[in-house]
Ligand binder design. Structure first.
Ligand code: ZN
Ligand code: ZN
Length: 540
């Protein structure tokens, strides 16, 4: 059976615009998906917008709009941003969609049938005025330590944490009425029962996962897995498929990660694939989850536990592609600082695509990806890497070759022999970069790109085709050209997962079809009819 990929990109939360941090964390997913498809392997690559939960409902209350309108606005914005960045999701879903809700309810019932859901009761704050139970976030009162008015179970001023019952003059944050106590019931997910299976599985997978994923997961497991509330009192979310729970919703931590399965099901259906069969681990399936390091336990503990609770046949993650953080480099001081709203240094994806081509952003974000440690982002570094490597390196190599043939020989390429050493070099790169793409070690691929671009330009400079073209016998010249055209065509293949737009354009100029993961030798003679600029320099 052929190799196949399932790739889940983390679901951004519909409360803020996408920025370079999201891009650094999520872009590896698209690169891997493109690489898989170029090999003609089956690929299912999904993500979606996480649209439920209290931050959105609270914001909706403040802005006097519906949570749905906020979620929809961001969902549309995310869809546009991902498309601008050339993300090739097979399905980009959203958690408020009826399809997602129906599938999550089906999974939830399965978890209950399999005996991992139980009911529990507790005494909880209730607002008679708003007619609802209040979570810790929804009450405020005077901090027992510093006396300032704060909310919940941690003081936002002195950072003391306490039971929210320790607040004095406690009141409902919405209407200000003092709450009473009522007995509330909830459904719990028996996460604790997965301690051992998750431990075993983490040990088995450790060699494939990034080190931060292994570390974080071990830390999490060491604390012991607690059972977690599966329902909460909220009206915005996925309805609980159980009588007596009409006023509650499924907790976001369960529902959002199950989006991988709901979106995967939809993507598989559109390709005529049986998703259940597809997700059975038979040794040919790579399962990648791609996200930032703050999301690790959701993908290595919680989601696998839910999957085991739903259907033990479902393949667990073989690759956890969890990036470190990207900081912002202050353009005037060159100091690195954390991305922060209050500092005002956040660069949105939408802002970036106004000034740079998607390929340029993608290349820089992969070359500078926080794979193993934090890295720093700056627009001037981006511009420099683009101008130097893509425009000045790759673009220039293509242009100096093709424009010379166009000018000197009317664009007619004659027969020549491709240098065997160069072919050997390229064949090795297919092996090397192929392994790296598959293992999600993408910085290594971007570095290999940079080296190959220098290699190609050096080959051209060493061979001096502008002198060879003056010799009576043009044999040497056409050998050099054949080799350079060969380099171009294969660079387009090798680089396409990272810089798809330019590579597709380059293959089109050479009439070579779509990028594929295999060595190609351009036809012996053909005509160059068009000569567009692959990557125009950006003036700063
Ligand atoms: Zn305090
Ligand atoms: Zn109230």
């Amino acid at each position: 059976m052929n190799k196949r990929y399932f790739i889940g990109g983390a679901w951004p939360y519909a409360n803020n615009s996408l920025h370079v941090g999201h891009l650094a964390a999520l872009l590896p997913g698209d690169v891997i998906a493109r690489f898989g498809r170029m090999n003609k392997w089956e690929v299912i690559y999904v993500s979606g917008t996480d649209s439920h939960g209290t931050p959105i409902t609270e914001r909706a209350k403040r802005e006097k709009v519906t949570p749905a309108s906020i979620a929809q606005k961001y969902h549309e914005e995310f869809t546009r941003d991902f498309s601008d960045m050339l993300f090739s999701y097979d399905k980009y879903s959203v958690t408020y969609s009826p399809e997602h809700k129906a599938l999550v309810q089906e999974y939830f019932k399965k978890i209950e049938q399999n005996g991992y859901i139980y009911e529990t009761t507790n005494e909880q704050d209730y607002c008679e005025n708003c007619k609802q139970f209040l979570s810790d976030r929804e009450v405020e009162g005077k901090c027992p330590v510093c006396g300032k008015v704060t909310r919940g179970d941690q003081c936002e001023f002195c950072m003391a944490s306490f039971d929210s019952d320790a607040l004095t003059e406690k009141r409902c944050r919405t209407c200000g009425a003092p709450p009473s106590k009522r007995i509330n019931k909830h459904l719990m997910f028996a996460l604790s029962r997965f301690q051992k299976p998750i431990e075993d599985f983490t040990l088995k997978m450790a060699s494939n996962w990034r080190w931060n994923a292994v570390n974080e997961t071990k830390k999490y497991l060491l604390q012991g897995l607690p059972d977690r509330a599966a329902t909460r009192d909220l009206t915005w979310g996925v309805e609980v498929p159980k009588e007596g729970y009409e006023s509650k919703r499924i907790y976001v931590w369960i529902e959002a990660v199950l989006g991988y399965m709901s979106a995967g099901t939809l993507a598989a259906k559109s390709k005529g694939i049986d998703f259940k069969e597809y997700m059975k681990q038979d040794g040919n399936l790579n399962v990648y989850y791609v996200h930032g390091k703050d999301n690790i336990p959701f993908h290595t503990v919680i989601f696998p536990a839910l999957q085991m609770a739903i259907d033990p046949d479902w393949a667990l993650p073989t690759h956890i592609v969890s990036s470190e953080y990207i900081n912002m480099k202050n353009e005037s001081t060159s100091e690195e600082e954390k991305m922060s709203k209050s500092v005002g240094n956040i660069v949105s994806i939408h802002e970036l695509v106004q000034s740079f081509p998607a390929d340029g952003i993608r290349f820089y974000m992969i070359l500078n990806n926080p794979e193993r440690r934090d890295t720093a982002f700056s627009k001037s570094d981006l511009a420099q890497s683009y101008n130097k490597i893509l425009a000045g390196g790759l673009g220039n190599f293509v242009n100096r070759n093709l424009s010379f043939i166009k000018k000197k020989f009317n664009g007619r390429v004659e027969k020549g022999a491709v240098d065997e050493n160069v072919r050997e070099h390229i064949r090795k790169l297919y092996d090397y970069m192929g392994e790296k793409y598959d293992a999600a070690e993408l910085r290594a691929c971007a570095e290999a790109m940079t080296e190959l671009i220098s290699y190609a330009n050096k080959y051209y400079d060493d061979r001096k085709p502008w002198i060879q073209a003056k010799q009576e016998d043009l044999g040497d010249f056409w050998d050099t050209s054949a080799t350079c055209l060969y380099l171009m065509a294969n660079m387009a293949n090798l680089f396409a997962p990272i810089i798809p737009a330019g590579c597709e354009k380059l293959l089109e100029i050479m009439s070579l079809g779509k990028p594929e993961w295999k060595e190609i030798v351009p036809p012996e003679s053909f005509e160059i009819t068009q000569l567009p600029i692959l990557y125009a320099r950006i003036e700063q």
